[in-house]
Design a binder for this molecule. Structure first.
Ligand SMILES: [Zn+2]
Length: 380
């Protein structure tokens, strides 16, 4: 055990030294930083569903707004969403979570932010909280049942299933030693910001081993915006402007995080826009039109998708008839007796959807592009 601790400390010391070098270089070359925003659930797994709210849809709206706010504010930050429509990464929940971590790892993310809503059998429990990874044995054992009571299997790793001698565990432990202070710093900021809109601040939580945090190489958190099962949290979360406010709270915490760690990486929206627009783009009317369409689509959940089939009865989106699109299909309501429309993809412009249509028609010869807005089809 002593050997293991020494090995881990050496790993931490080496990586701190490398970080210090990278920090010095950053002052001259200002490398772009990367944040990955992960709207939880999606596709065949809607997350918590309570009265009118489907968690997967709710967190997608908030995540898109977080991205929009960050892109406008920080030119030196690359913002990635793990999904931009109602889709999943894998039919197994556990693999799905690992792939989300891999998504962040492949992009060399500096921060991972998973966005969720909470729910519990006890309707009195309310408030916002943010989870970080800890592999502390005592905390893991105290909190392991908390998740098991209300979460989907695969979102968590049971402490009993972890092989303490495996390389994977040692890597996770050494990363945790390095990342935890950063994750906690972000988590505290985020809780404080969300609570400023009236939610009870339940603070930073640790103990339950989230699969996605266990496999993420960078500092990371799971943001729980409030309890759908509590009346006052539900009333707030479904009130007008709540999604905007939550997105503001989370994106402000991300800005504070990067500014505190890496200095002033922000730039005004005007300055960033000036830099990005080139004369070629300014003269292209088509591109301007596309940009306008895309901008409008970001304000509401609106865009274009490819309708594969329609049905008079509900169909499971993980059904085998969807072939290679299985699990990537979302249900959108339309009119008529075949009101359940099953669609693939989410595109900002009709041109982008048309570009994928040919490929889709190899499997669904009658597929066509439709426009949707707030979960319903509006026009062909
Ligand atoms: Zn969730």
């Amino acid at each position: 055990m002593r050997n293991l601790i020494i090995q881990i400390l050496l790993l931490v010391i080496t990586s701190v030294a490398v970080d210090a070098q990278a920090g010095q270089m950053a002052q001259t070359s200002q490398p772009k930083r990367v944040v990955v925003i992960d709207p939880g659930h999606g596709g065949p797994r809607p997350g918590k569903v309570h009265r009118q709210v489907v968690e997967a849809d709710y967190v997608l709206d908030v995540s898109k707004e977080v991205k929009r706010l960050l892109v406008n504010r920080m030119s030196n930050l690359d913002v990635y969403l793990t999904r931009s429509c109602d889709s999943a990464y894998h039919e197994s929940q556990s693999s799905d979570n690992k792939l989300r971590a891999e998504f962040a790892n492949k992009r060399a993310a500096d921060l991972y932010v998973g966005i969720h809503c909470n729910a519990l059998g006890n309707a009195n429990v309310k408030g916002c909280e943010v989870w970080v990874l800890t592999l502390n044995e005592k905390l893991m054992n105290q909190n392991r049942l908390v998740g098991a009571m209300y979460a989907d299997e695969g979102d968590f790793i049971n402490p009993e299933d972890i092989d303490r001698n495996s390389q994977g565990f040692m890597m996770a432990l050494s990363r945790q030693l390095e990342n935890e202070p950063y994750s906690r710093f972000f988590a505290e900021e985020c809780c404080k910001n969300m609570a400023s809109y009236g939610l009870v601040n339940k603070g930073v939580k640790a103990g339950t081993v989230y699969t996605v945090l266990y496999y993420s190489e960078c500092p990371g958190v799971i943001v729980e915006m409030g309890y759908l099962t509590n009346n006052s949290d539900y009333a707030y979360l479904t009130s007008k402007g709540a999604k905007q406010e939550m997105a503001k709270a989370i994106s402000d915490a991300i800005v504070t995080y990067f500014e505190t760690l890496y200095g002033d990486a922000s730039q005004s929206a005007e300055a960033a826009a000036e830099e990005e627009s080139t004369p070629a783009e300014q003269t292209s009317e088509v591109k301007a039109e596309e940009a306008k369409e895309a901008k409008e689509a970001e304000k509401v959940d609106e865009g274009y998708t490819i309708q594969l089939i329609s049905s008079s009865k509900r169909v499971n989106t993980a059904d085998s008839q969807f072939k290679s699109y299985k699990g990537k299909v979302r249900e959108i309501l339309g009119s008529g007796s075949y009101k359940y429309k099953y669609c693939y993809g989410s595109y900002k412009t009709s041109a982008a959807a048309q570009a994928d249509l040919q490929e889709v028609r190899k499997s669904f010869k009658d597929a066509f592009v439709v426009k949707y807005r707030d979960g319903a089809i509006v026009a062909k």
